[in-house]
Design a protein around this ligand. Structure first.
Ligand code: PSU
Length: 303
């Protein structure tokens, strides 16, 4: 299997420059067109402006792409019925010559293959509400336990059961680190109502923590939860009743498995009149900038 690197990523690898991995499920399943395309481009530019090289990851016609051209990004953003790939289905998609977008789990796998130590996204998957019955737990959590990539997000998505998500991450030995505050952020809100297990205040500390983890021989990555900028947040007491409504609709419509997260995000988008999307875009861009700084610190450390 031969992976394809974009020209920009290939050059950066040769030069030993800082690289940030970016996922593609957020483009195909997380946001509507054309905002998804505009955001994907903006996020890549944010990484560049913060001093690193972006590597958006996707599977196109049986090839794992590390970095997409402008045309590839555009085609992916407009494509319909693209597969949502996680650890379980990545290999089958590649071996059958398929096309698919990578979730956090699949993007981590690809980033590790490409030697990229840090990855920026919006919010990771986790234990869905009612997960103690449905056992709907995102494969993102297992991936964090075994693949050595630092994932910068704005917390687990608030549509999830946050305390149970934290319990699973603790069991799996995944460090959950709030950036610059004590509270664990919850995607659209800066304060998710639970304290973060760990806190770090600088990109250098985050890079050093990942390197130290590797030196201990511990597998897996770290989860960095970076609060959405205050001017863009939707406070928890405002978003929570909307999440409840969206969850009730999902139940009524019999939505399950991989369809749950995209369904809820779209419902919440409609219920907030688009405000949730504006917040989502702001938080991904914020995460991309932090990830670029962490990537540069990793280069300094030789990690
Ligand atoms: N962040 C966003 N929007 C998204 C996602 C992350 O702002 O749509 C995607 C990621 O790809 C993540 C996935 O892996 O949602 C989680 O899906 P699930 O809950 O089905 O595991």
């Amino acid at each position: 299997m031969e992976n394809r690197h974009s020209t920009e990523v290939a050059r950066a690898r040769e030069a030993g420059q800082a690289i940030v991995a970016l996922e593609s499920t957020i483009i195909t399943h997380g946001m509507p067109y054309p905002q998804n395309l505009e955001t994907a481009r903006q996020v890549e530019d944010d990484v560049r402006q913060a001093g690193a090289v972006p590597a958006t990851i996707a599977v196109i016609e049986g090839r794992l792409h590390i970095g997409l051209s402008g045309a590839e990004l555009e085609a992916l953003a407009q494509a319909e019925d693209v597969a949502k790939l996680s650890r379980a289905d990545l290999a089958v998609c590649l071996s059958r010559g398929g096309t698919g977008a990578t979730t956090v789990a699949a993007t981590m796998i690809a980033a590790r293959l490409a030697g990229i130590g840090v990855f920026a996204t919006g919010g990771i998957g986790g234990v869905h509400r009612g997960g103690e019955i449905s056992l709907d737990v995102s494969a993102d959590l297992q991936e964090l336990a075994q693949t050595p990539v630092t994932v910068v997000c704005a917390g687990a998505k608030a549509i999830l059961d946050i305390p149970r998500t934290l319990e699973v991450l603790e069991t799996l030995g995944v460090p959950v680190i709030a950036y610059g505050q004590d509270a664990l952020p919850a995607f659209w809100s800066r304060d998710g109502g639970v304290p973060a297990p760990l806190r770090l205040d600088s990109p250098a500390e985050i890079a050093l923590a990942q390197q130290t983890r590797a030196a201990l021989g511990l597998p897996g990555g770290q989860l960095v939860a970076n609060p959405v900028p205050a001017e863009h947040e939707i406070p928890r007491d405002e978003i929570e009743p909307i999440i409840t409504q969206a969850l009730e609709a999902a139940e009524r419509d019999g939505i399950a498995a991989k369809a749950v997260t995209p369904y809820l995000l779209e419902r919440i988008f409609n219920l907030t009149g688009g405000r949730s999307l504006a917040t989502n875009i702001a938080l991904v861009r914020n995460n991309a900038r932090l990830a670029a700084k962490i990537a540069q610190e990793m280069v300094v450390l030789g990690a």
